[in-house]
Design a protein around this ligand. Structure first.
Ligand SMILES: Nc1nc2c(ncn2[C@@H]2O[C@H](COP(=O)(O)OP(=O)(O)OP(=O)(O)O)[C@@H](O)[C@H]2O)c(=O)[nH]1
Ligand SMILES: [Mg+2]
Length: 295
């Protein structure tokens, strides 16, 4: 039998568990996740390998009504990913699609492609089976999906079935990436993302959305097994800088500590993490700033 491969875009509204699903598929954290919407800002590539197949997943920012240039660039990158793939994996939560504006945008995008589309209804651990059926029915009325699979990305239910459905739709093709490769993102990006994830968990209101992180220095000392990381958290206003630092520096210490612990675990190295906070005025609505921050 020939080798099978394909590119799969994971798309959907914000906060439905797309990145959680990617991590679960790969058995490794590639994409950050959080209970707040609009966590993912870039397309994140994750490579899944078996002896006879390779699936290249592209996790995307949640599609939503845009409010800023940053959001526009996020939604654009989600939509653009559809052009690059063979299969579309639409992930939704448990809300009835009904009058949900975001869902209508997503379905509109889907209708414009002729690619096979699988629907994964996620977070089924949160409801009783009887309540699931009407949700599945309403989705099946909205689009002709190739398959609809209820899953729990968090606990793993349904993921084997979903994987089989995806495998069935792969085509004979090459191994696009070497089998030991999990992602194409540089270490600096993953580390910056982990710091950003901690900001999503530790801070409130507009702060997560006004923060961007850039790793400016990354140095590994093979003799001591120490990884030195210097990163800058950019915010949009001076008042936000104060909030990220917190009283007596407590907030930035909390963010730094939880990020350091996770970076140490992922890289199996001791980490020295130094965080700086800088103001880049209104970066989320300025094209040049967005570009310089990687959006
Ligand atoms: N109960 C439950 N929670 C889940 C499940 N999958 C994801 N979550 C939670 O849902 C929240 C959002 O998950 P993400 O993976 O960040 O969602 P996303 O779709 O990537 O979100 P954006 O990147 O903002 O578009 C997190 O708090 C997850 O822990 C699930 O199967 N069950
Ligand atoms: Mg995400």
């Amino acid at each position: 039998m020939s080798f099978l491969s394909g590119f799969i875009a994971i798309i959907g509204p914000p906060n439905v568990g797309k990145s959680t699903l990617l991590n679960r598929f790969l058995g490794q954290k590639i994409a950050i996740t959080s209970p707040k919407p609009q966590t993912t800002r870039n397309r994140i590539l994750g490579i899944y390998n078996e002896d006879e197949c390779q699936m290249v997943f592209i996790d995307t920012p949640g599609i939503h009504q845009t409010r800023s240039l940053l959001h526009e660039s996020m939604v654009r990158s989600a939509k653009a990913s559809l052009g690059e793939v063979d299969i579309i994996l639409l992930v939704v939560g448990l809300e009835e699609p009904g009058n949900n504006k975001e869902m209508n945008i997503v379905l509109g995008v889907l209708k414009r492609t002729a690619k096979p589309a699988i629907l994964a209804v996620n977070k089924i651990d949160l409801i009783k089976k009887e309540r699931l059926l009407p949700i599945i029915e309403s989705y099946s009325r909205l689009h002709c999906f190739d398959s609809i699979i209820p899953i729990s990305a968090l606990y793993g239910d349904g993921l084997e079935t979903l994987k089989e459905e995806l495998k069935k739709r792969l085509s004979p093709g090459p191994q696009f990436f070497p089998p030991e490769m999990r992602t194409d993102q540089p270490e600096e990006f993953l580390i910056a993302e982990i710091i950003r994830e901690k900001i999503y968990y530790e801070t409130r209101e507009e702060l997560p959305y006004s923060s961007a992180v850039v790793v400016e220095r990354l140095e590994e000392d093979p003799k001591t097994n120490f990884l030195t990381v210097m990163a800058v958290i950019y915010v949009e206003r001076a008042s936000q800088k104060g909030m990220i630092i917190g009283k007596d520096g407590r907030m930035i210490k909390r963010i730094g500590k939880s990020a350091r612990i996770e970076i140490e675990r992922i890289f199996s190295l001791k980490v020295y993490l130094e965080l700086f906070v800088k103001v880049k005025k209104r970066w989320s609505s300025d094209t040049r700033s967005l570009r310089s921050l990687g959006y």
